[in-house]
Design a protein around this ligand. Structure first.
Ligand SMILES: Cc1cc2nc3c(=O)[nH]c(=O)nc-3n(C[C@H](O)[C@H](O)[C@H](O)COP(=O)(O)OP(=O)(O)OC[C@H]3O[C@@H](n4cnc5c(N)ncnc54)[C@H](O)[C@@H]3O)c2cc1C
Length: 133
């Protein structure tokens, strides 16, 4: 199988005797989290082992463990940081599209601003809910 290009990520060997590799958006599946079969299958394994052979040939040994994870993607893959227009006391922080963790501290600050001050000095217009209208 040829490896579809995309964004691979991982961790070097640390604490366990193998390294980690994953593919951002993996097989581009869109799923209902309540219905999703979280058991990795043969195609999932082939995609990652082919990428390991191509990009990290010295590390292409046996697979030690496979795990599934999922994240929510907004339509433009940018965050949603806003208050509901009809209920401004309700603040939304969602749609982090696989890159929310590294911004946790500033996102917390912005959500606190919205909850307490109903606005933020941070430039958050591009994260508004009404951009999808
Ligand atoms: C595989 C993977 C790789 C990622 N890699 C990166 C990366 O490299 N860099 C990066 O910046 N971001 C990364 N992210 C994205 C990042 O993890 C998320 O953007 C971030 O965790 C979202 O934070 P959150 O607080 O919105 O949601 P979560 O971190 O999902 O927190 C939600 C919390 O609410 C709890 N909860 C859910 N329902 C209820 C309920 N009904 N009652 C009470 N508690 C509830 C859950 O248990 C959980 O603790 C990755 C995500 C995944 C899945």
């Amino acid at each position: 199988m040829s490896v579809p290009e995309g964004r691979f990520y991982g961790f070097p060997i640390y604490d366990v005797a193998g390294f980690k590799i994953g593919k951002y958006h993996h097989r581009e599946e869109e799923i209902d989290p309540d219905e999703f079969d979280r058991e990795p299958n043969r195609m999932d394994k082939i995609l990652l082992s082919d990428a390991t052979e191509k990009y990290f040939p010295n590390a292409a040994g046996p697979t030690m463990r496979l795990a599934t994870c999922m994240f929510t993607n907004s339509p433009d893959e940018h965050f949603i940081l806003d208050s509901l227009s009809d209920h401004p006391q309700v603040v939304v922080g969602a749609g982090f599209s696989g890159h929310g963790f590294k911004f946790s501290s500033v996102i917390g600050e912005i959500l606190a601003d919205l909850a307490i001050d109903r606005g933020s000095e941070h430039p958050i217009e591009m994260f508004s809910l009404d951009r999808f209208d």
